[in-house]
Design a protein around this ligand. Structure first.
Ligand SMILES: Cc1cc2nc3c(=O)[nH]c(=O)nc-3n(C[C@H](O)[C@H](O)[C@H](O)COP(=O)(O)OP(=O)(O)OC[C@H]3O[C@@H](n4cnc5c(N)ncnc54)[C@H](O)[C@@H]3O)c2cc1C
Length: 310
């Protein structure tokens, strides 16, 4: 079948790969390609965050966990590695359901907690270096015959293919008139210093993370709803550093080497469903919030199920 994928972020590329693996002909239409998509800014750790509905995102996340785990073993050049991380919380809560499906999960001992945190857990998760991962998928697509078309689409009718996989992220505001899609602004800092273990406080109000990758450690973060600014803000930098220093006191500001900003494509729930438009089948796959990488393979497989059941 001739298929169009709209969008060249992690959602679009992953769907395109699955379609090619099944023998379809694929063209990716996008107004931006890597390294200029939101996906290129992702920190990126596997961790379900700011994406809904929880029951589905838990399943898609765990499916992606398995796939990324395999990739880390079979293709180290992809930039996917498995790292230990510790989540710190100010309240005692029941760990989310997804913690039952991942490796190395354990509740932290009291003497492992820091500052005023009273609870936490350790876990193992894929860390994805997007500056290697995006080109790695892209190379696979090229080798499998994917075509690429740089274009800003205003209407689905501009596409000739009868199957369209819609992975436009925030672009759905215009292309689908979907005002439910909103930006959640994220600013990060890159530092050349290894904390050994990732440290997190993933509550949106106090969001703090140190994600050790092989090239840099990524410090975050901010989660500013409906904020479209792409400027690096000094006050956000200071806020991130103060938060990270409380989890990682050895952090040395002299090692900072860069900054970045991205707008997470948030929605009250991921839109993953089919729609018929004229003679075309459109499968929407957008609105992944702070978990686009974490959900990527699970969502791509769900797209394939919808296509195959049609
Ligand atoms: C600072 C930060 C840190 C993050 N950290 C993590 C993390 O650790 N783990 C994690 O899982 N996620 C993380 N995320 C979230 C993740 O980056 C997003 O959820 C993910 O990138 C969404 O991918 P996507 O492919 O759906 O959208 P995008 O990457 O935004 O791609 C959308 C694509 O559609 C194209 N497009 C849009 N409109 C049109 C149009 N009209 N015509 C043609 N093309 C169009 C765009 O050019 C782009 O190629 C982070 C995000 C930020 C900002």
């Amino acid at each position: 079948m001739e298929c169009a994928v709209i969008g060249a972020g992690v959602s679009g590329l992953t769907c395109a790969l699955r379609l090619l693996e099944k023998g379809h002909l694929v063209t990716i239409y996008s107004n931006k390609f890597s390294p200029n998509t939101v996906s290129d800014v992702a920190a990126a750790i596997w961790y379900p965050f700011l994406s809904y509905p929880i029951k589905k995102t838990n399943r898609w996340s765990l499916e992606t966990y398995s796939e990324l785990y395999k990739i880390s073993l079979n293709s180290p050049e992809s930039g996917v590695t498995i790292r230990k991380g510790r989540e710190f919380l100010r309240d005692k809560i029941s760990p989310p359901d997804w913690t039952k499906g991942i490796d190395g999960f354990r509740i932290l001992e009291k003497n492992e907690l820091v500052n005023d945190y009273i609870f936490g857990w350790e876990f193992e998760a894929p860390v994805i270096q997007m500056n290697l991962y995006m080109p790695w998928i892209n190379d696979k697509l090229i080798k499998m015959g994917c075509r690429f078309n740089e274009v800003n689409l205003e209407y689905f009718s501009e596409i000739d293919e009868s199957v369209i996989i819609n992975c436009v992220g925030l672009g759905a505001r215009e292309l689908c008139d979907d005002i439910e899609v909103k930006p959640i602004r994220g600013q990060v800092i890159y530092i050349q210093q290894d904390p050994g273990i990732g440290r997190f406080d993933q509550q949106p109000e106090t969001l703090t993370y140190t994600i050790p990758r092989n090239d840099v450690t990524v410090l975050g973060g901010t989660a500013q709803i409906n904020d479209w600014s792409m400027e690096i803000r000094d006050e956000d930098t200071e806020d991130i550093l103060i938060k990270c220093e409380s989890l990682w006191p050895e952090l040395d500001r002299n090692n900072i080497i860069g900054f970045s900003v991205g707008l997470r494509p948030s929605r009250h729930e991921v839109r993953l469903e089919k729609e018929y438009f004229l003679d075309k089948l459109i499968i929407h796959n957008y609105g992944h919030g702070g978990s686009g990488v974490t959900l990527s393979w699970g969502c791509a497989d769900e797209v394939m199920k919808i296509l195959e059941s049609n």
